[in-house]
Design a protein around this ligand. Structure first.
Ligand code: PGA
Length: 248
């Protein structure tokens, strides 16, 4: 089943989140794709009772299960709030919250420990891309984390390729570029964790996706789904993306 994930970032009040879910909840395409929404934490409780065919996720997670960590929310707490997923090391967390690869590895382990699925975000920035260092950056982000996890998957893992130059820029990667990155991701997983793990890992593309670009990405066999930011906020464009995805 293809995966369509909505990252709302720091958008939507509780009322707006409920209205979005009301608009999306009856869509026939829901049964044919795995749909995951990453709302702000404040909206989780309101969405939970109605999110029957939509999975809920958090945009970040603490690496410890409990303790004196002001401002953090742990994986068991997220599970308690109805989350099945969490984003890890989204580029905006890397940029604004100094998140690094070792912290990402701890967060992934914490999520697996609580039975949640991490969506680990990787991607190079414009300067790395321009200087031909894009692949090296991806390898570093992947290898540091996979090595720290002792080369073993402790649960389901999704990896999102989200090049920084594409996020929020209106200029997505081409399906070919995204597919090449997805291939590299699977290759690193294979080298660190074995063939079965490389087969099982789900690879998403994210960065300025829109209804017009869904089909191109989903035509690439290496890409299992999309992580959508701004185009997910309006239920109409999100539903348009879902329609194309389940049709593809
Ligand atoms: P975008 O964001 O679709 O608005 O580019 C994607 C993301 O940051 O996950």
């Amino acid at each position: 089943m293809p995966i369509l994930a909505a990252n709302w970032k720091m958008y939507k009040t509780i009322g707006e989140a409920k209205a979005w879910l009301d608009a999306v909840a009856g869509a026939p395409g829901l049964g044919q794709a795995e749909v995951i929404v990453f709302p702000p934490l404040t909206a989780l409780a309101a969405l939970r009772p109605k999110a029957t065919r939509i999975a809920l996720g958090a945009q970040d997670v603490g690496w410890a299960d409990a303790g004196a960590f002001t401002g953090m929310v742990s994986a068991p707490q997220l599970r308690d709030a109805g989350c099945g997923f969490a984003l890890v090391a989204h580029s905006e967390r890397r940029r604004y919250a100094c998140e690094d690869d070792p912290a990402a590895a701890r967060k992934i382990a914490a999520l697996w420990g609580a039975g949640l699925t991490p969506v680990y975000c990787v991607g190079e920035d414009a300067a790395e891309r321009a200087s031909g260092q894009g692949e090296a950056r991806l390898k570093q982000q992947l290898d540091t984390v996979l090595d720290a996890l002792s080369g073993e998957l402790g649960g389901r893992l999704l990896i999102a390729y989200e090049p920084l130059w594409a996020i929020g820029s209106g200029r997505p990667a081409t399906p070919g570029e995204a597919s090449q990155a997805a291939e590299l991701i699977r290759e690193r997983v294979r080298l660190c964790c074995g063939q079965a793990a490389a087969h099982e890992v789900g690879v998403l593309y994210g960065g300025s996706t829109s209804p017009a670009t869904v089909r191109g990405f989903m035509d690439e066999p290496q890409i299992d789904g999309l992580l959508v930011g701004s185009a997910s906020l309006d239920p109409r464009s999100f539903l348009a993306m879902l329609e194309v995805m389940v049709d593809a």
